[in-house]
Design a binder for this molecule. Sequence first.
Ligand SMILES: *Cc1c(COP(=O)(O)O)cnc(C)c1O
Length: 346
Amino acid sequence: MEKNLDFRSDTVTWPTLEMRKAAAKAVIGDDVYGEDPTVNELERLAAEMLGKEAGLFVTSGTQGNAVSILAHTQRGDEIILEARSHIYLNEVGGLAVLGNLMVRPIVGESGWMKPEDIKRAVRADNIHYPRTHLLCVENTHNAVGGIPLTPKQLKADWEVAKEHDLCVHLDGARIFNASIALKIDVKKLTQYSDTVMICLSKGLSAPIGSVVVGKSEFIKKARKYRKMLGGGMRQAGIIAAPGIIALTKMVDRLAEDHETARLLAEGLNKINGINVLNPVRTNMVYIDFAGINWTSSDWIEACRKLGWKTRASGTITRLCTHYGINIEDIKVFIEGLNRLVYSERL
Ligand SMILES: *Cc1c(COP(=O)(O)O)cnc(C)c1O
């Protein structure tokens, strides 16, 4: 099969052959009537793995976060979230448009919002203030470099949230990257949230979909919002079947992506003029290549010559490792990049 040499994201992963076969063989029904057994099984399995009562299969992580936030809040509520979180920066302002919600961003420490900062951000009961009602946490935190937040950190945030009657939603697009990196059961991380959104279509390599989990009552509400947003799907077992394989077969494999990212970071750091910006704990490497005097187009062109898709913003880029990239690919890339950087300097 053609190589999937693409550093842009772990969303670019292709489904495994087993996933394609499972899609072809899936037992199906109309999921809007709750009659698709494969979707029901995926939702049950996700809820069980994450330690929650019920699950809801959604089209994307963005839709999963949107229905979760809508189901938790009322118009005019204020949400506390991290200043570089995906919900805040990369979900098209959905919480303002769809939920009429206020946002209170907190600058975290490597993605972790300190409990004292959360406490300070909660609004008092005052006629002038909106109601603070929800805390959103992201794990792994993408923009700070795929950093896994620990149970201890999550517990501290959870406790302060509960002291103030806040609901807690976990954007766990990459929660399994966190549990694998920390070598703990994922439930140790999800126990400190009321609801969780996980992505099946990133490192877990399913072609489509995310799942939201939480209490049955909450999922019932979220299901209605999913319908409102056009996410009521029919014979969705076809796309849920690969999701079941993602959860049962692809979780432990994420350790490989962390190893390839570590090797990639090691190789890049050895190139004079390239600096790795983040502690590489999972599958992301952020670098600044200002020191080699390349523009973003030079970088993209060099990677293209080596067979890779990539992107850059100024001299900073994120390289993401995923299913389809192996240790040999990384070695060849680093050698090639060294060659190009060196020849440019002659
Ligand atoms: C990718 C991602 C999402 C959204 O997922 P989509 O399926 O792309 O909509 C949400 N949160 C985080 C942290 C992500 O990385």
